[in-house]
Design a protein around this ligand. Sequence first.
Ligand SMILES: C[S@@+](CC[C@H](N)C(=O)[O-])C[C@H]1O[C@@H](n2cnc3c(N)ncnc32)[C@H](O)[C@@H]1O
Length: 296
Amino acid sequence: MKYRHAFHAGNFADVHKHVTLLALLGALARKDKGFLFVDTHAGRGCYDLASADARKGEEFRGGVERLLGVGGSDARALPEELQDYAHLVRALRNQPHARHACPGSPWLALQRLRAQDRAVLIETQQSEHVALREAMRDAVRNSAVTANHLVLECADGYARLKHWLPNVERRALVLIDPPYEDTRGDFSAAANATAEILKRLPTAVIAIWYPIKDGRDTDQWLASLPSRLPQDAAHPPQFLQSEVWIHPRDTRVGLNGSGIVIVNPPWQIAERMQHWLPALHALLDPAPARGGWRVR
Ligand SMILES: C[S@@+](CC[C@H](N)C(=O)[O-])C[C@H]1O[C@@H](n2cnc3c(N)ncnc32)[C@H](O)[C@@H]1O
């Protein structure tokens, strides 16, 4: 595998994904009962934006840095979800040796999980898994999650779902965030994994991140998704789609946009998203805007 997320850490797609993830974690935490968070493609947990990899394309300048650059009354006027993410990035950067750090999904999750919750973070590349282990050792000290509620595996995240689900809590949030080096392969694998999760835990909340390289391909995949999932009359799955794009959806720039489909979205998340997504789009795609956003 050639994929290194460090090239893309903190870019507009990461911001879109991580703001959504924090909102989902917050929504699940509204109930006292604990839940399991599974990150099937965890990455290294925390990224150094001063590293040679990150500085190659400087993608973070169009993402996290743009958000952090908003100050004063403009910052206070941002939707609370964007403020929450910015606040956590600043808190991370206030820690020793972290001036240029950018959090990944595992680090952010650890800030929001509670003592009654558990996390399983799966990463297949040995080097990334080792870095994740190190990042989580520090992060867990400042987290409400107890060390014995945190499992890190160097494995195939899709294959491990069978081991972790269904879980004793019967409440789960699964983030599926593959690299899409093989775009069609990961589209298909993510759909199969979603089917497997729902078979095991029909009420699981599942967030699948996907790239918008050609909007026609993603629209086609999304349209086919419901028919690929188990048909459970007692728990017919609901879908919420969140997309933001900064180039027209079919240009050949590589990554035109970022999408997330949430299966079984928590209560009121769609309403909140209608509020924060246009604000995020305006920030990531300043005038004259070339892209757009969509919640449906
Ligand atoms: C997009 S990155 C993950 C970023 C992370 N979720 C975040 O938001 O900070 C995808 C990661 O998946 C890893 N990966 C690729 N195939 C995998 C698999 N089958 N199982 C687990 N991890 C995998 C890659 O090594 C890479 O670190």
